[in-house]
Ligand binder design. Sequence first.
Ligand SMILES: *Cc1c(COP(=O)(O)O)cnc(C)c1O
Length: 341
Amino acid sequence: MREMIVDLRSDTVTRPTPGMLDAMLHARVGDDVFGDDPTVNSLEEKVADIFGKEASLFCPSGTMTNQIAINGLTRPGDEVICEAGSHVYKYEGGGIAFNSGASVRLIHGDRGRITAAQVAININPDDIHHPVSRLVVAENTANRGGGSCYDPAELRRISALCREQFLKFHLDGARFFNAMIATGIDPRETGTLFDSISICLSKGLGAPVGSLLLGSGEFIHQSRRVRKLFGGAMRQAGYLAAAGIYALDHHITRLADDHVRAVRIGEMMQACPFVKQVMPVETNIIIFTLSETMPDELFLARLKEAGILAISIGPQSIRMVTHLDISDPMIEKLAGVLKQC
Ligand SMILES: *Cc1c(COP(=O)(O)O)cnc(C)c1O
């Protein structure tokens, strides 16, 4: 029997299912730079409709959708307010500065989540010494928060504050659908709270490639220009869009299974003598710290020998993520391997 590889490094490692491949194979396509790809157009309409936004734009990655949003909502020298562990700040290669010339104000939140009260005290006064506070970014679910979810009431408060203070509000919703399944947060209401929203098809939803940026018609028109500038305008992208449509139709409700398996892994880790602390598991991400008796490199190496892959996200800090290609037998295999670590 072939060895079973249990790849818990990320929810980006999934392969298209036979149904998804079939949808891709039969996609109607055209040149999307001419606006001619019917499948891309229908994906963009479908996603805009889910969130009640006027328009959306299909892009190669979530990094690009975030960066296009930041570019469209700020001017050079402005300041972006976000959480210290947020993807836009920590995992996009310094893109806020490189692509948009904006500065960053970091908030140390609670498991990746910021509050309206924290935003309020980080808005600069109107004084020529300070950068102009222009944009607030929230991440839901928060990756480095262990897949933590926002209380919709807090997002309403931040949104109201942004309106009052003439700030823009962007949602990095790479894993929004995980939050929706876990908390019931309403996409339509979410659409009213944010100026722009980014969602990923290539995480828990299991598509091979793709993210969408959502906003007003005017904002998306401008974003289309920036996507071209960033080199992200694609031609017969309908083959990829078809995977996205399939993912939205078939892979949202099943995220609940990933969440159940993640809770189970969290419990297993909690029971390990060499695990110091496990962050609360709310969705499909498990983050835990190892005690000094178990160096992180050794732990990862032992797992790898047994065909289990995870990643380190800081000193003694390990992340595992459940997804479409993780099954119950794999979770049982992990349980067995942990006993021998
Ligand atoms: C994965 C991710 C993104 C986008 O990443 P890409 O790999 O560029 O698609 C953005 N935000 C968060 C929170 C993510 O986890």
